[in-house]
Design a protein around this ligand. Structure first.
Ligand code: DOR
Ligand code: ZN
Length: 359
């Protein structure tokens, strides 16, 4: 339902989020649970989530971090792939309903990826088993070779790693995560017939909003640094077109990745943009600017669930136009604060709270 200043959507899901652990988890998880029915939770903790037991324990910590256990929110767990992941153990975790997907971080590509995969060839038995059981592979799609320009790492990954992988393991259900380039948009779109919808892609709110100039605007802007790094404007435009196109292989994944302010504003600042507090509002703003509010529900609440073969959420959320400015730093017990992506930005839409909806 929509009028010019209200929009009601089926409750959306976040198909890619970093919730962290400990004090940070307690500080950030409520934002995700407030907006989304489910979230695919990234496993790049220290140490990473590599076993069924790790995932069960982490899921419990997430639920315990939420007010009243986060009724109406379901964390969906992922397994961090390493060079030695055992296909049987992975398949058992999927059969038990603990692992929804497995996450491929090329070793060294990003935060806490040191134990990730060093050689894709070593995992073919894992990928074949995942194909047999229909378990999705979630891919951080960047090569790590130091000689490859940082802005080209996604496009090179598609040519050198992803395309050969999908040719070697036909039928593998895969998500190219947080796409940042027109190359990725074209690649995913181009696979739709060959792969019968088995290749999807998530798109973050921040890659729809900033281009790479934002990282250098008047000085170095660490809160605009993430991986894959934002690209030039033509790529942002291609991402906006893809997200608002109504094509079901493109769906919502915030990649909200909080780091404490001191870890971002440092000589070697961490990669990650913390968009969770206003994620749905930011996507809504983008779809509104593109004249595509009617396409938001598919992108946010339908296509991802269909890709994963999960039922759609039953609940609804309501957004209203306008609202008071916020974007204050979020306090983290014991270690300072995290700055949300929308700090210093006008938000054109506000998610109504449950209380507001009832009144
Ligand atoms: O910017 C990023 N931050 N990209 C990733 O792939 C990982 C994430 C994190 O965990 O901080
Ligand atoms: Zn991520």
């Amino acid at each position: 339902m929509s009028s010019s200043d209200h929009l009601t959507l089926r409750r959306p899901d976040d198909w890619h989020v970093h919730l962290r652990d400990g004090d940070m988890l307690r500080a950030v998880a409520p934002f995700t649970a407030r907006q989304f029915g489910r979230a695919i939770v990234m496993p790049n903790l220290v140490p990473p989530v590599t076993t069924l037991a790790d995932a069960v324990a982490y899921r419990r910590r997430i639920i315990n971090a939420l007010p009243e256990g986060g009724p109406g929110f379901q964390p969906l767990m992922t397994c961090y792939l390493t060079d030695t992941t055992d296909p049987d153990a992975l398949a058992a975790g999927f059969a038990d309903g603990v692992f929804t997907a497995a996450k491929l971080f090329p070793a060294g590509a990003t935060t806490n990826s040191e134990l990730g995969v060093t050689d894709m060839g070593k995992l073919d038995a894992v990928f074949e088993r995942m194909t047999e059981i229909g378990m999705p592979l979630l891919i951080h799609g960047e090569v790590t070779d130091a000689e490859v320009d940082v802005f080209d790492r996604e496009a090179v990954f598609i040519d050198k790693v992803l395309d050969p992988l999908l040719a070697r393991v036909p039928g593998l259900k895969a998500v190219l995560e947080h796409i940042t380039t027109a190359d990725a948009v074209e690649y995913v779109r181009g696979q739709k017939d060959a792969r019968e919808g088995s290749l999807g892609a998530t798109i973050t709110a921040h890659h729809l909003i900033i281009n790479r100039n934002a990282i250098f605007e008047g000085g170095l802007r660490p809160h605009h640094y993430c991986l894959p790094v934002a690209k030039r404007e033509a790529h942002r435009i291609a991402l906006r077109q893809a997200a608002t196109s109504g094509e079901p292989w493109f769906f919502l994944g915030t990649d909200s990745a909080p780091h404490e302010v001191g870890a971002k504003q440092a000589a070697c600042g961490c990669a990650g943009i913390f968009s969770a507090p206003a994620a749905l509002e930011l996507y809504t703003q983008v779809f509104d600017e593109e004249g595509a509010l009617g396409k938001l529900e598919g992108f946010a609440s339908v296509y991802g669930a269909e890709f994963y073969g999960l039922p759609l959420n039953e609940g609804r959320v309501t957004l209203a136009r306008g609202g008071p400015p916020d974007g204050e730093p979020v306090n983290v017990d014991g270690s300072g604060a995290v700055l949300p992506f929308h700090a210093g930005r006008e938000l054109a839409w506000r998610l109504k709270t449950n209380e507001e909806e009832r009144s």
